[in-house]
Design a protein around this ligand. Sequence first.
Ligand SMILES: Nc1ncnc2c1ncn2[C@@H]1O[C@H](COP(=O)(O)OP(=O)(O)OP(=O)(O)O)[C@@H](O)[C@H]1O
Ligand SMILES: [Mg+2]
Length: 457
Amino acid sequence: MVVGIVRAVAPTLPKVGKLRMFTLHLDANLIDVVSKEPETVAISPEEEEEILALAKDPWVHRKIIRSIAPSIYGYEHIKEAIMYLLFGGVSKHLPDITIRGEMNILMVGDPGTAKSQLLQYVAQVAPRGLYTSGRGTTAAGLTAAVLRERASGGMTLEAGALVLADKGVACIDEIDKMRAEDRVAIHEAMEQHTVSVAKGGIVATLNARTAILAAANPTLGRYNNYQNVAENISLPVTILSRFDLIFVLKDEPDKDKDAEMTEHILNLHKTGAAPIEPPIRPELLRKYISYTKNLKPVLTPDALDRLKDFYLTMRSASETEGTPIAITARQLESLVRVAEARARVAYQKEISVEDAEASIVIMKRSLGEVGIDISSKKFDIDVIMTGKPKSLRDKLQVIIGILVEMEREKGMVERSAFLEKLEIESGLSPAEAERLIGQLVKEGTIYSPREGYLKKT
Ligand SMILES: Nc1ncnc2c1ncn2[C@@H]1O[C@H](COP(=O)(O)OP(=O)(O)OP(=O)(O)O)[C@@H](O)[C@H]1O
Ligand SMILES: [Mg+2]
């Protein structure tokens, strides 16, 4: 709230004199913060009744999922995740640290799988939602820009997209097509939920408690099932590991599904309306989300035990078999966030075992889609955390080891002899060895000094 006097001032320019144009100035003598919440959507008493009745509905979760982008066919699990993102978890403010409550979700998928449409929808329905596309998005545009004011020559700070969407949802499309220099700007916002600028005499830290829903295409246009997620998408692992859930949308022909989807899309074009009537109107859904934002669900002992059990089983599974670490503390926090969001959806103060269970199911699904180490068929979080599954790192290590050993004898290593030795010593088939060597060459770890020869860099 600002109290003051508005003045119309005609600016004077040197040589030109007084302009015949006025600019508005506001001389304020009081500035007060009325609310820090997202623009409080006005909810009438009737609507509040409707919201509370809906919250008591045992099928409320299903109803909301069915109301999310009803024109888009399928993707139930992604719509469920979007529901959790819209409602969000509870942020914790401890004396020493703050833990974010908002979730980040990434969709990686083939072209034409309705990613952009989903993002547009979320930006519309979420309180304080906004949509931006990777191309043409700069670091300053995302975080904050320091600008020189034309009239007075002073410096002003202009909030970027992530700051504007504070306590809302920022939808970033085509995140893989952003320039890497611009993309690093979102690191801080994604985990610490702040944006810091130190430029032109202005040093400031702004809040950016924003949930991020991002979409990307696979590097080679289509998702390659035989490569893991980090190889499939050209995003640095530092960003990948900050997403709570990652989903892969594959456009694979499937007779029954295709028939249904064709009918769905054609019906939509014929009638000009969504084939399924959403159980909850978009305006009401938006108000419902706002209404539940103040609720802070807490874990019940049973739910806590369930999450603990799951986490410890996954951890110990990797301990006993000497296999890769399946899951890390980041995933544990994500699990809690999803469970909190689910309790919020039903407007429950306590997180039940079902909430914990649902959060485990969706986490497993997301991990399964991206984290599975294809060669050992085990969950391996290293895929997201380091970009390479453990078994692959072991194999690459073996290849480099043998190469160095052969180099010591001959200087340069003949490719065919190298492949032969790899097959005898470590059982790698020539085809796979070729693929891995290709990968190492691309990375710059080894190179080919002459046609048919290899050497370590
Ligand atoms: N499951 C679906 N249900 C309904 N419509 C769909 C579905 N999948 C794709 N479409 C339609 O296909 C068109 C393309 O979708 P969209 O532009 O969102 O693709 P995209 O995933 O963003 O692709 P790109 O990666 O190339 O940006 C849209 O008009 C969308 O309505
Ligand atoms: Mg798109």
